[in-house]
Design a protein around this ligand. Structure first.
Ligand SMILES: [Zn+2]
Length: 191
């Protein structure tokens, strides 16, 4: 699968080598050699997973973790740290990282973990989409959606063949069908 990965480490050779291995494994890899560069890239592009070294000169891995989760709560983050710094890895988990990994590690192991995280990411997005459904019009089957956090509400056509997750949502009539069906405004749920 072509999951998009942002690889962050100030060790230039490691980033280049690892980047090649991940690319060869079919992942789409961008690299950043500093925390600042990583955050700049993250603001401009969409990534499924972020792999970041914990100890860097400018912005450290924990700061990157917090910043990217603030921008995109569904993104998966793995922090990489030395064996001697296990406490920092656990701290990263506490702050919402999906995983941590000790240096040195087998690139193949990272590939496996990243594939799994990309699936997690896709699932989270799916759940978020379903959660945004407020109801389905019982007449025309359009979904009543709230788009984005605190965003506007709208009625959109149901994707073809997608009825399964919607059976649990509140039945409703969209404004169009409500007027078309001749049901007076305010009659539903009234006295
Ligand atoms: Zn309708």
């Amino acid at each position: 699968m072509g999951a998009r990965v942002l690889l962050v480490d100030d060790e230039v050779i490691l980033v280049a080598t690892l980047g090649r291995v991940l690319s060869a494994a079919g992942l789409e890899v961008d690299t950043a050699r500093s925390g600042a560069e990583a955050l700049e890239r993250f603001r401009r592009n969409r990534y499924d997973v972020v792999v970041t070294d914990l100890t860097m000169e400018d912005v450290d891995g924990l700061e990157i973790l917090r910043a990217v989760k603030r921008i995109d709560p569904d993104v998966c983050v793995t922090v990489v740290t030395g064996q001697s710094n296990e406490e920092a890895g656990i701290q990263a988990l506490r702050e919402g990282a999906e995983d941590y990994l000790f240096k040195p590690f087998q690139p193949e192991e990272l590939v496996l973990r990243l594939r799994r995280q990309a699936e997690t990411r896709a699932l989270r997005e799916k759940v978020r989409r379903y959660e945004s459904v407020l109801g389905v019009c019982t007449a025309c089957s359009r979904m009543h959606l709230r788009s984005g956090p605190g965003g506007k509400e709208e009625w959109v056509p149901l994707p073809a063949g997608r009825t399964d997750p919607l059976s649990q949502t509140a039945p409703a009539l969209c404004p169009g069908c409500r007027s078309g069906a001749g049901i007076p405004r305010g009659a539903r749920g009234g006295s």
